[in-house]
Design a binder for this molecule. Sequence first.
Ligand SMILES: C[S@@+](CC[C@H](N)C(=O)[O-])C[C@H]1O[C@@H](n2cnc3c(N)ncnc32)[C@H](O)[C@@H]1O
Length: 313
Amino acid sequence: MSRRIRTPREGALTPEILVADGWADYSLLDSGDGRKLERFGRHILDRPDTQAIWSPSLSSVRWSTADARFLAGREEDGAGRWEATGRRAPEPWPIAYGPVRIEAQLTAFRHLGLFPEHQVHWNRVLAAVEQRARARVGNEPPTVLNLFGYTGMASLLPAAAGAKVTHVDASKKAISWARANQEMSGLSAAPIRWICDDAARFAAREVRRGSRYDIIVLDPPKYGRGPKGEVWRLEEQLPQLLTDCRALLDQRSSMLILTAYATHLSMLTLWRLVGDAFADLDGTITAGEMALREETTGRPLPTSLYVRWSRDA
Ligand SMILES: C[S@@+](CC[C@H](N)C(=O)[O-])C[C@H]1O[C@@H](n2cnc3c(N)ncnc32)[C@H](O)[C@@H]1O
C-alpha cells in the first residue's frame, strides 16, 4: 500500500498572517507603550501587552476613557490586579459573537474570558462544521473536540451550528463559566459533553477507546495543570498530544487547529510537528501568526502562533 505523504517539503511553507478585524462587540482601539486599549462590548479596558513596544496613536485623553486598567504584579505567572478608573469596576457583562454570548469578567490574569484574535479560526471551524454536515455520513452530526476549552466559545459556536461537541478543561471554574455561557446563549439543549480532565490524559484515553472526531481545536497554555496535579508543559508534551490528536482523526475528518502563546517555539516548529504527526493523512498544513487589527491605524498587533491541518469534507 502506498503512503501519500502530504507534508509540505522544507521551504514550501508560505506562512499566513491571520488578522482579526473585530466585530460589533470587540475592537482593538490602540496599542503602544507596552499596553493595548480595547473595547469589549460596553466597556473599554487597558491591559499590558508585551509586543506593543511602539508608541500609541491615540491621545492619553482617549486612553484615560478606559473603565479599568490591569496592573501587572511582580510574579512571572502574569497575575496582577485591575484598577477601576474613576467609575465602578465593570461587573460581569455579556459579549456577543453570532449566536453565542460569553460573560466577560476581569480576571486576575488580565484575561476576560475571550481571546478575540481567535475570531479568525471560529469562522473556519464553522465552515468546516457546515461542510461536514452537508457531506454527512448516515445521521451522525459532525463531531468537534475542543481541548483546553476555557470559557467555551470554540465549543458553543460549532454546537450552535449543529455539531456534537466534547469540551475538555482542567479547571472546574472554567467549565462552570463555559456552562453558564451555554445557558446565556440559549444553547442548553445543544449536545456538548463538558469534561473536567487533563487534556493530554483525556486524548490518550480517547485513542485507547478508538474514538474519532471530525474537527479538533486546541489552545494549550505554555504551562498548566490537570485536575489531579498533572503537569502540562507545551514544549515537552505537544508532540505526543499531536500524535494522539492525529489518531483521533481519520480519512473523513476535516480540520485541526492548534494555537500557541508566549512560547519560544517557532511557527515552523508547529508546522513540522503537525507535518510529522499527520504524514499519513491527506490534507494541507498551514502555519503562521495571529494578530488583532487596530481600529484607528489598521496595523496588526501580533498575539500568537497557529498551525492548521485541513481537508475538504
Ligand atoms: C485558554 S487556555 C490558555 C491558552 C491561551 N490562549 C494563553 O494565553 O496561553 C487555558 C485553559 O487551559 C486549561 N488548562 C490548563 N492546563 C490544562 C490541562 N493540563 N488540561 C486541560 N486543560 C488545561 C485552563 O484551565 C484554561 O481554561
